[in-house]
Write a protein that binds this ligand. Structure first.
Ligand code: C2E
Ligand code: CA
Ligand code: CA
Length: 712
């Protein structure tokens, strides 16, 4: 080893003063050995570079720090150690030149460690001499201790550096493809280790774990400790590579390195994972997503992996966006109320209108409630919407009143709004703003299911509103499970029969039975009843016969803007069919006569559907006239009740005709002639209508007149 000229400041402190005074020659003889000793025991790495930049000598500490053997390093240029991808060589060369000129330098320099990863060094460069030539002595320390990039305890990257690496890796994947698992790891049960075994053991566990994780992740990935007992692993995956087994390994690794340190205490981890680019967000958000997934793993009981649900997050994101847009829309008055008339079919009058919200969206056009209300439903936003709706409806009632139209409006309210603690107070203030309003002009519609949510409270509100003259409808009635006992306590309400029972009521005997049931309930508890979704005059006529006088639906009018309402009111005429039924009612025993037409339609509908499928006929009782309800009713109950009436006798011919027709179609199908069967469809429909017309004549014959055009 050559002679080293020590740097200033180091020498005086190390030399025994009296030695230099007493025996200077001896000191110089001993100094070579002394320096060699120092050289090999100092904890700093010492690297001696010749003036032309080759490594001439290095100590053991440097080799350990850099992760290379002497042979690998000796004779190498300074640039050999430089970490790739960092523009630090010009700075290094400048510092080397200055140091060689006698001006000591300090700098941070990133090397590529012998194991492949990058490592920052704190370098001190001073001029020295080696083999009689000027040389540079580099004193190197692990830069992670002071570095803003590393965790001092484990030496792993910290959150800063991890963020940087994540950004780099994302850029690489965007360019070259691949996938990255971002795994957030939180230890379960680390606190007891610290508490019971002391912080020293705790620190050792963290260090051991850090090393273990780094080994599993490999040089292409990264492990960072980001605080306490939390780590983040970046795990690049090859195309098609399964992530499961590799992540499982991480979990398994958590228990093992600590066994000898903490034999009595078990340690496990909760891992939350998200994948880039499946989850294509900013680095910060990706880490946040992994963190959220980790909480989910903890919530599920720890010691497990949970994956971030990208689709759910996207939905949530869209939801938030819609909510923001709705708030803005409310501010900018983009919402409208449309009004759909409710009529009394028997009297041929309009009983009120239902207000239905629409969103006049600046880009998407006119939106129905289904396009935006669900986003507002579980949020305070639905209360703001409800308040806007109430206010707008009241203003509209007032405006019509000023035009000489005395119209009532019903407003749909959400459960959340109804149960809002300020609801009654707010409603009262609103009503006070419209003193010309008459009781009953405002009605509130709540879903039957809402009224059932918190029955006591709902009843209180309904009754308080009744005292203010504000009525209630139980909307979509029949879809909930109201008990008789509960209905009895809500006297001032209207039951609004759900559309789903009305839609097919002409063909579905089951729905007739339900609607009859609801009408009876309403009668028993002195409630109003209204059917919604009435699309045809025939449908309305049947409801009228069954005793439901009020109706709403496309068959009467579609919802319309407020300014079209007066014109519609002037031009609307109830269908002749309803006028014909207006002064009729039927006794309870005649209800089977009303329902039997539906049975007949149902039967023919089934046959038409069968013909439509083109299937050959097997053994199908559908085509057996003897099995039809109408056929059996005609011979049994029908004959017993109405056998004397000529209208009853007039049913026989069309009935016989249709039965013959059905049997002929059955034979065609059995002989596999679906085409021929199809040609009989129009005739069959005409025959069905003849039966129905004959039934109607019988119904009208047995009806009782209603005094004052009012049922019961
Ligand atoms: P809803 O209260 O049951 O209102 C009846 C819905 O059926 C309306 O749909 C109406 O346009 C539609 N409709 C009326 N007649 C017929 C018909 O003959 N056939 C068919 N197929 N449909 C008919 P819309 O306007 O899309 O409203 C849907 C739902 O949105 C409403 O159902 C109500 O629950 C809710 N909604 C509407 N406006 C508001 C509001 O201002 N606030 C709240 N909270 N909910 C509202
Ligand atoms: Ca409604
Ligand atoms: Ca409804």
């Amino acid at each position: 080893m050559g002679r080293i000229i020590p740097l200033q400041g180091l020498a005086p402190g190390l030399l025994p003063e009296e030695a230099s005074l007493a025996r200077p020659e001896q000191f110089y003889q001993d100094s070579a050995a002394t320096y060699r000793h120092i050289f090999n025991v100092v904890r700093e790495g010492v690297l001696i570079y010749t003036w032309d930049g080759r490594l001439a000598e290095t100590n053991q500490a440097a080799l350990e720090l850099l992760g290379y053997s002497r042979q690998q390093l000796l004779g190498r240029q300074t640039r050999f150690l430089a970490a790739p991808g960092r523009k630090q060589l010009p700075g290094l060369f400048r510092a080397l030149r200055l140091a060689l000129a006698g001006r000591p330098q300090q700098l941070e320099f990133w090397i590529r460690h012998g194991q492949g990863h990058s490592l920052p060094l704190q370098l001190k460069l001073v001029r020295g001499e080696f083999g009689g030539q000027p040389a540079i002595i580099a004193l190197a320390r692990d830069g992670r201790q002071q570095s803003p990039h590393f965790d001092p305890l484990t030496g792993l990257p910290n959150r800063n550096l991890l963020g940087e690496r994540l950004r780099l890796e994302m850029g690489r994947i965007r360019k070259h493809g691949g996938r990255l698992a971002i795994a957030y790891l939180d230890l379960d049960g680390f606190k007891p280790i610290n508490d019971e075994l002391g912080h020293d053991i705790g620190d050792q566990v963290l260090r051991a774990l850090g090393q273990r994780l780094q080994g599993l992740i490999g040089p292409r990935g990264s492990v960072a400790r980001i605080g306490g007992d939390e780590f983040i692993c970046l795990l690049p995956l090859k195309p098609g590579e399964q992530h499961g087994p590799r992540l499982e390994l991480l979990l398994e690794a958590i228990a093992s390195p600590c066994l000898e340190l903490t034999p009595r205490l078990s340690l496990s981890g909760s891992l939350g994972v998200t994948f880039f680019p499946d989850d294509d967000e900013s680095p910060d958000l990706l880490l946040r997503h992994a963190d959220l997934a980790m909480y989910e793993a903890k919530r599920q009981g720890s010691n497990r992996i949970a994956y971030f649900d990208v689709a759910a997050a996207r939905r949530e994101n869209e939801l938030q966006q819609t909510r923001r847009a709705i708030r803005l829309g409310l501010q900018q008055q983009q919402f409208r109320l449309f009004y759909q008339p409710k009529v009394d079919m028997r009297r041929g009058t309009v009983v009120g209108l239902e207000a239905l919200i629409r969103w006049q969206h600046p880009e998407r056009g006119l939106l129905p409630p289904a396009a935006f209300l669900p986003a507002a439903e579980n949020d305070e936003l639905i209360v703001s919407i409800g308040q806007w709706t109430l206010k707008t409806a009241l203003a509209q009632i007032q405006s019509w009143w000023q035009q000489g139209l005395n119209l009532g409006v019903s407003v749909n309210l959400s459960a959340r709004h109804l149960h809002h603690p300020e609801f009654m107070a707010h409603l009262q203030r609103l009503l006070a703003d419209y003193p010309t309003l008459e009781p009953g002009q405002l009605e509130l519609e709540i879903l039957e299911t809402t009224a059932l949510e918190n029955t006591g409270r709902a009843r209180e509100i309904i009754n308080s509103c009744a005292r203010l003259g504000v009525g209630f409808s139980l909307d979509d009635f029949g879809t909930g499970y109201s008990s008789l006992a509960y209905l009895k306590t809500l006297p001032a309400t209207t039951l609004k029969i759900d559309q789903c029972f009305i839609r097919d009521i002409l063909h579905e005997p089951g729905e007739v039975a339900i609607v009859q049931g609801i009408i009876s309930l309403a009668r028993a508890f002195r409630q109003q009843v209204i059917a919604e979704g009435v699309e045809t005059a025939e449908c309305g006529a049947l409801l009228l016969q069954l005793g439901c006088d009020q109706a709403q639906g496309y068959g009467i009018a579609h919802p319309m803007p407020a300014d079209q309402v007066p014109g519609w009111l002037r031009s609307w005429r109830p269908p002749a069919l309803w006028q014909q039924l207006a002064d009729k009612r039927w006794a309870q025993e005649d209800h089977s006569l009303l329902a039997i037409g539906v049975e007949h339609r149902h039967w023919i509908k089934g046959i038409l559907e069968y013909i439509g499928t083109g299937q050959p006929l097997g053994d199908d009782s559908l085509f057996d006239p003897g099995m039809t309800r109408l056929g059996r009713w005609y011979e049994g109950r029908g004959r017993a009740l109405y056998g004397d009436s000529p209208e009853f006798a007039n049913l026989e011919a069309p009935l016989r005709q249709i039965h013959v027709s059905v049997q002929e179609i059955a034979e065609l199908l059995a002989r596999e002639q679906p085409q021929a069967a199809r040609q009989r469809v129009a005739a069959l429909e005409a025959q069905r209508d003849q039966v129905l017309a004959a039934l109607t004549r019988l119904q009208l014959r047995v009806a009782h007149p209603v005094q004052g055009s009012r049922l019961q």
